[in-house]
Design a protein around this ligand. Structure first.
Ligand code: PDD
Length: 299
């Protein structure tokens, strides 16, 4: 390959915005641009692996037991033997946090089935590949907090195991790009006419002062914020339930919200160009956002 071509396609630590990045790969901490994975890694060949995104505030992981439990569930569902004990996972993420200067970070954990001759069936005696990195957790810009974000609606074209936090994210990638192409921040997906979730977030409808989410089953990822939103609703005296939600109900909602590790809870004020409710973040959003900040402070 020509040197010029190699140069334009390489993404080093600086281009990735991670000048100070030290990453973890299979037992070692090393600079991002020195971390290499063999091309026969099944994550690269088949997308055969799972991941987690864990926020940390004031250098302390937030909702870590819940993230670890989901990581173990995802590994179990695709039959990868968990390579580490709970204590080793915690040491790994704490060591990564310590190696970076930011007070608020998000830790990306990525486990694949490992390196083997290409064959769809599981290889025997394969060691999982474990990769982890930390990035600065950027606060959502104030303008988006005060105005909310736009979303589009889309048919959900993903597979039927969305409960697994799989690294095979092509469906999510295409959905997010459709949103970006429409100058929106997120998409709201529907399967058989029922709302599922965003490309990388859970979606919440507010109606009559109550928060309603999609049923937690194989059609959505059970976000760590699903349990958190339920707990925050309880502490704020806001009703909470899960139910089938139609496209019409989305457009007629009083408020719409999204939640994720990196966006916390955020108002969606426009869908397919139509204003939701009064077109501004509403009272339930404001209460939940405040309660979320209090949960972070108490972490
Ligand atoms: N995504 N649904 C999907 C498809 C997601 O990818 C995510 C999170 C969520 C929310 O889950 P949680 O509350 O645990 O962040 C729901 C992460 C942030 C990502 O892929 O970067």
């Amino acid at each position: 390959m020509q040197a010029s071509k190699a140069k334009t396609t390489s993404v080093d630590a600086r281009e990735a915005g991670q000048d100070e990045a030290i990453v973890y790969l299979n037992g070692e901490f090393l600079p991002l641009d020195q971390a290499k994975v063999p091309v026969l890694d099944r994550g690269f060949i088949f997308g055969d692996g799972i991941y987690e995104v864990v926020p940390a505030y004031s250098r302390r992981p937030f909702r870590w037991p819940e993230h670890l439990a989901r990581l173990k569930r995802s590994l179990g569902k695709i039959k990868i033997t968990n390579p580490y004990s709970d204590a080793e996972w915690l040491t790994l993420i704490e060591s990564l946090i310590q190696r970076h200067p930011w007070s608020n970070q998000f830790i990306y954990l990525h486990i694949t089935r490992g390196v083997a001759k290409r064959d769809h069936a599981f290889p025997k005696d394969c060691q999982p590949t474990v990769f982890a990195m930390s990035s600065a957790l950027q606060a959502v810009p104030e303008a988006l907090r005060s105005e909310g974000v736009a979303a589009i609606t889309l048919d959900d074209q993903r597979w039927l195991h969305c409960d697994i936090k799989s690294i095979s994210l092509l469906g999510n990638v295409l959905a997010r790009q459709a949103a970006v192409d429409a100058h929106a921040a997120e998409c709201i997906q529907f399967r058989d006419g029922q709302m599922t979730e965003g490309s990388s977030s859970n979606i919440w409808l507010v109606r009559g002062g109550e928060v309603i989410g999609a049923p937690v089953d194989h059609r959505i990822l059970e976000g760590i914020r699903v349990g958190l939103i339920e707990a925050l609703c309880k502490s704020c005296g806001i009703g909470f339930r899960t139910d089938a939600i139609s496209r019409n109900e989305v457009f007629q909602a009083d408020e719409l919200l999204l939640s994720s590790a990196t966006k916390e809870v955020l108002a969606i004020t426009k869908v397919d160009g139509r204003a939701i409710g009064h077109g501004k973040p509403g009272p339930v959003y404001h209460k939940l956002y405040q309660a979320y900040q209090e949960a972070i402070a108490a972490n």
